[in-house]
Design a protein around this ligand. Structure first.
Ligand code: SF4
Length: 246
């Protein structure tokens, strides 16, 4: 069920306490967040990947490292914000004696993943996502698919929210938004289709056709598969002598 509180309010309330002891364990959280997804193979966080990109990831066919600028300014920054807000939220839940799990490990159809925040008592999960646009943004379809795979992995009787962390929004507008999932059954059904698409792409013997959608064209700017003609990664064309990690 949807918990009787709003994620952004809980963060504000906890920070107003100014209790810095809540950050005692954050070093390990950050290290975990920055190193967790460095394994090859299909993961729940791959939802929305282009079929060809996913195939290349699972067949050690990446020809380029991740672009360092994209890494620190987007992917790593998102991991840091997620670890920070997860820890603050957990501290507030601990005060309320509400069980709160960070980075709970789950698997669905053999695909492993970690849920950012789980509240078993409310059967609710939070997926934390960062957006660095100057204006607010609603969750993307991929965000919902990822949340759907997590609640399906928890036997489907959970609810979910996507929390958008938007630190660069100008002015006095909120920079943290919670979007509760309005149709859990629908999102689970869609996520099952996505799981099938990803498993097909990952296991394909020959490279599948790219199927990146217009809304997700940004993926081509950070894609590590340089043999695709649509690749716009700034590192394209450079030669890398060392093996390239996923
Ligand atoms: S460059 Fe774009 S279209 Fe090509 S494999 Fe990568 S994500 Fe897919």
């Amino acid at each position: 069920m949807q918990p009787p509180f709003y994620f952004p309010d809980i963060i504000d309330e906890e920070l107003l306490r100014n209790d810095r002891s809540i950050f005692a364990d954050i070093g390990a959280d950050i290290e975990d967040a920055l190193t967790r997804d460095q394994v090859a193979g299909l993961r729940i966080s791959d939802v929305g990947n282009c079929a060809l990109q996913q195939w290349a990831k699972c067949h050690n066919e990446f020809t380029m490292p991740r672009d360092p600028t994209t890494q620190w300014s987007r992917l790593m920054a998102g991991s840091l914000f997620g670890a920070l807000l997860g820890r603050i939220f957990k501290a507030a839940m601990d005060r309320r004696e509400v069980d709160c799990l960070l980075e709970r490990e789950v698997a669905i159809d053999g695909i492993p993943g970690h849920i950012d925040v789980t509240l078993p008592e409310y059967k609710h999960v939070y997926e934390l996502k960062s957006n660095y646009n100057l204006g607010p943004k609603k969750p993307s379809f991929s965000h919902w698919l990822q949340a759907g795979m997590y609640i399906d992995a928890l036997d489907g009787d959970y609810t979910a929210s996507v929390v958008l962390i938007q630190p660069t929004i100008a002015g006095t507008r909120p920079r943290l938004y919670e979007y509760p999932c309005e149709d859990v059954a629908e999102i689970i059904e869609q996520s099952r289709r996505e799981s099938l698409r990803l498993r097909r792409a990952s296991g394909a013997i020959v490279p599948p056709e790219p199927d990146v959608s217009k809304d997700e064209a940004w993926r081509c700017a950070s894609c590590q598969y340089g043999r695709c003609g649509q690749n716009k990664n700034p590192l394209k064309g450079k030669v890398f002598l060392e093996p390239v990690a996923a």
